[in-house]
Every structure is written in structure tokens, then in C-alpha cells.
Design a protein around this ligand. Structure first.
Ligand code: MN
Length: 231
């Protein structure tokens, strides 16, 4: 095959304990999936899960023991952190039942759904798409992927984010409104999941702004933590 220019390289992430890398296909994100975060955003009650996407090349690789650099994005004065559990799909499918979801999961990682909150809020107000608030370049820092067998009890794991050593977000994945299996059921009813898909499962309460010079440290118990500095 010959192209009119070189195609973009495949986006991929390291796999813990393996020399092989995980090639990223799509990035799906779940909105308002922890009750106390839904409340801080002005909503309450259990609503059906809803989704948005980031482009695969929005991934910012955040390697173990390193500090990844995230350039402060353009057009915003209110860049927010959202610490999230990321699910890595290893086997695709559509209309996957929650009871079968586990066999589709390759592993898990720690991720940040970075958000230009001012732009997102303006788009919400106008009933316009969230892309500009959510899908900008480097908006998806993600750590190495831990295969399911080594990830511990991911359904009941502490999730936390510190900024410059101060706790900003702290919760537990057991508080997900729609758990990982239910999320896969809903998502795969709308799209055929493919190997390489990443699912950002939503953030707990405590989202707030970061500025250049800040260092973010994110963790989910059992997974490789990530460190990102804003430049
Ligand atoms: Mn989010």
C-alpha cells in the first residue's frame, strides 16, 4: 500500500510485566459516574450512563517512575483534572452482557480525563458538542496497563489524585454508579467494541483547576500510579 503521505503511527501503551505494547483503538469516556461528582456538577440521581470520546492520539503516555509533561492547552483558563480508572479492552464485541464483560477486558490503567472546563461549560450551555472541552491534544494521560490477572480487586480499589502533594480527589471504585461490567454492556449496545479500546470510567468528586508548574499524582490501588506536570 502506498499513501500520499506517511500515516500517523499507532498510538500504544506499555503493558506491565510484558515487552509487548497495547495498541490503542478508540477512547470512550463515561460522564458523571460517581454520585458526589454528579452532585458537584449540579446533577443528582441515577441516570442512564452517557458517553463521549477523545481521539486515540490524545493519549499522553505517563510511564512508571517518570513525570509526563502536559503542555497547558490553548483557549482555556480553567483546566481541570479528573482522575479515572481506565479499562483496556482486549476482545471486541457488541451487545455484550454485563455478566460476560470480564472476558473482554485485557487490563486496567490509571488515567486523567483532562478537561477545559470553561469551554465544556460554554458548550453545555449552548447545547453544543463537548469535543473542544474534552478531546484536545494530550487530554488523556494514561499509565501502563496492568493485565486483569495482576490488577487485584479493581471493583473495590481506592482512587486518588494529589496536586503538589495535596489531596484533591479520593474515593473508591466501589462507588461507581455504573460499574465496569454495566458500562461495557451499555457502551457495546451503542458501538461495537474493538480490541484496543480504552474506557475512562468517570471521576469522583473533587475536580478542580491546575496551572502551569503543578504536578499531578494519580493512583488506583493495584495499578501503576502516574505523575504528570503541567508546563
Ligand atoms: Mn471524566
Amino acid at each position: 500500500m502506498r499513501y500520499v503521505f506517511n500515516p500517523a503511527p499507532t498510538v500504544s501503551l506499555p503493558v506491565v510485566g510484558s515487552p509487548l505494547r497495547f495498541p490503542v483503538h478508540r477512547i470512550y469516556c463515561v460522564g458523571r459516574n460517581y454520585e458526589d461528582h454528579a452532585k458537584e456538577m449540579g446533577f443528582s440521581g441515577r441516570e442512564p450512563p452517557f458517553f463521549f470520546m477523545k481521539p486515540a492520539d490524545a493519549v499522553l503516555e505517563a510511564n512508571a517512575g517518570e513525570t509526563a509533561t502536559l503542555p497547558y492547552p490553548s483557549l482555556t483558563h480553567n483546566l481541570h483534572h479528573e482522575i479515572e480508572l481506565v479499562v483496556a479492552i482486549g476482545k471486541g464485541g457488541k451487545n455484550i452482557r454485563a455478566t460476560d464483560a470480564q472476558q473482554h477486558i485485557f487490563g486496567y490503567a490509571v488515567g486523567l480525563d483532562m478537561t477545559r472546563r470553561d469551554l465544556q461549560n460554554e458548550m453545555k450551555k449552548q447545547g453544543r458538542p463537548w469535543c473542544i472541552g474534552k478531546g484536545f491534544d494530550a487530554s488523556a494521560p494514561v499509565g501502563p496497563i496492568t493485565p486483569t490477572a495482576n490488577a487485584g480487586n479493581i471493583a473495590d480499589a481506592e482512587i486518588s489524585l494529589q496536586v503538589n502533594g495535596q489531596q484533591r480527589q479520593r474515593s473508591d471504585t466501589s462507588k461507581l454508579i455504573w460499574n465496569v461490567a454495566e458500562t461495557i454492556e451499555h457502551l457495546s449496545a451503542a458501538w461495537e467494541l474493538q480490541p484496543g479500546d480504552l474506557i475512562f470510567t468517570g471521576t469522583p468528586e473533587g475536580v478542580a483547576a491546575v496551572v502551569p508548574g503543578d504536578t499531578l499524582s494519580g493512583a488506583v490501588a493495584g495499578l501503576t500510579p502516574i505523575t504528570v506536570s503541567i508546563k
